[in-house]
Design a protein around this ligand. Structure first.
Ligand code: MLT
Length: 411
């Protein structure tokens, strides 16, 4: 009989957002009249920018004529998109990225999950706690961890606690680690690392020959000057960091799917025989073997955000969600709830009142005021006692949700 990958059995029953979906569906079935407001999964609600729609329509028309039809494109992305990304997100910020250091994909969730395939199984993984579950779950699936312990930690993983006591900035690990996942702006806490904090990590990685896997999916939401938009703004980072970026939250592509990963050729790891190998080469081999490129129509849509109209429209879109973030944060504070984040990120991370567990708070919010959020414990043991609300709802629902929390929720 065929055997299974036993590592999958180490994981919690279902992926966090699948579990939330299951609980909400059960509640809805039992309470069909409930007017549920969903501020759980960070899914966008506003339409794609007009410039993207126009470019995508045009691309569809091109595909309808033999002379302009396109089949397989370059797996790494069309140059009309990669050139625009490099120019706007890197060159303009004084960072030099070569055209063969960028890989367009169907979104950064896939890339963040798949990147671990090009690392040896014996690498020691460090993740911040709490954190986006994809980093840990995919390393568990690969067999880079032991089993789940009673305290909620996986054996063999270095957890970097982040809570209000350290201002959500993780301390450097005491032991040596090889792969370091950093998410900045952070999902779920909505907090960021300053230039000085990030430099500490780059210096650590250089000294320890580690690689930083830097998820910057929410970079478009940074408002404060001292927060780097890219890890490559830190000197020396190009030797030790891989960066993930996404159009999902920047321009509403959660359903359309497009993201990209930067792997500088200077980021290297050691082969079993001791030779140094570029991770870029390995990822290129993986990408061309397992992926046939992001849809042409989607790449045309993504490239349109770099036109002057596209830039203006994206600015408005991000501004819309950040106004929701302000409304939620200030509303929570007015309700006497301590809240973090929401200044450089579209997530608000609140401290559950009366030290309630985060799943209990999830149930309370759902059953008493029909609002769906995300329990902090779903992002790691240090998320216990916290809860995440997303600013990606529409304005009306955001205002209604805050009003319900202020006027109807009782502690
Ligand atoms: C979240 O809610 O954490 C995100 O939507 C998940 C994702 O981007 O995959």
């Amino acid at each position: 009989m065929a055997t299974i990958n036993d590592n999958y059995l180490k994981l919690a029953g279902s992926y966090l957002f699948a579990e939330i979906g299951r609980r909400v569906a059960a509640f809805k079935e039992a309470n069909p009249q409930a007017d549920i407001i969903r501020l759980g999964i960070g899914d966008v609600t506003q339409p794609l920018p007009a410039a993207c729609i126009e470019a995508m329509h045009k691309a569809v028309d091109e595909l309808s004529h033999a002379e302009t039809f396109r089949g397989y494109g370059p797996e790494q992305g069309y140059s009309f998109l990669t050139d625009a990304i490099i120019e706007n997100n890197y060159t303009k910020r004084g960072i030099s990225i070569d055209s063969d250091e960028i890989f367009v994909s169907d979104g950064s969730k896939s890339d963040c999950g798949n990147i671990q395939e090009i690392f040896g199984l014996n690498n020691k993984v460090a993740i911040t706690d709490p954190v986006y579950p994809v980093y840990l779950d995919t390393n568990v699936m690969a067999g880079r961890t032991g089993t789940l312990q009673a305290d909620g930690h996986f054996e063999g993983v270095t957890y970097l606690p982040c809570d209000a006591s350290n201002n959500f900035a993780p301390a450097l690990p005491k032991e040596h680690v090889d792969m370091i996942y950093l998410c900045c702006p952070n999902n779920p806490t909505g907090t960021t690392l300053s230039r000085a904090e990030l430099k500490k990590w780059v210096d650590y990685a250089r000294e320890n020959q580690s690689v930083i896997l830097f998820d910057a999916a929410y970079a478009a939401y940074i408002t404060e000057e001292d927060v780097p938009r890219s890890i490559y703004e830190i000197e020396g980072a190009k030797d030790v960091a891989i960066e993930f970026r996404s159009f999902s939250k920047t321009a509403g592509f959660t359903g359309t799917r497009c993201g990209y990963t930067i792997i500088p050729k200077t980021v290297k790891g050691r082969a079993a025989d001791g030779t140094l190998v570029e991770f870029n080469k390995l990822w290129n081999r993986r990408h061309t073997t397992k992926f046939n490129g992001t849809a042409y129509i989607v790449q045309r849509g993504a490239a349109a955000i770099y036109t002057p109209e596209g830039q203006q429209q994206v600015k408005e879109l991000v501004g819309y969600y950040m106004e929701n973030a302000r409304i939620i944060r200030e509303g929570l504070e007015a309700a006497g709830i301590t809240a973090y984040g929401g200044v450089n990120a579209p997530y608000i991370w609140l401290k559950t009142p009366n030290n309630m567990s985060s799943w209990d708070f999830f149930d309370k919010l759902l059953t008493e005021v029909n609002i769906v959020g995300t329990p902090g414990a779903g992002f790691g043991p240090c998320g216990e006692g916290y809860f995440r609300l997303t600013a990606f709802g529409d304005r009306e629902n955001t205002l209604r949700a805050v009003d319900r929390i202020k006027t109807k929720l009782r502690f």
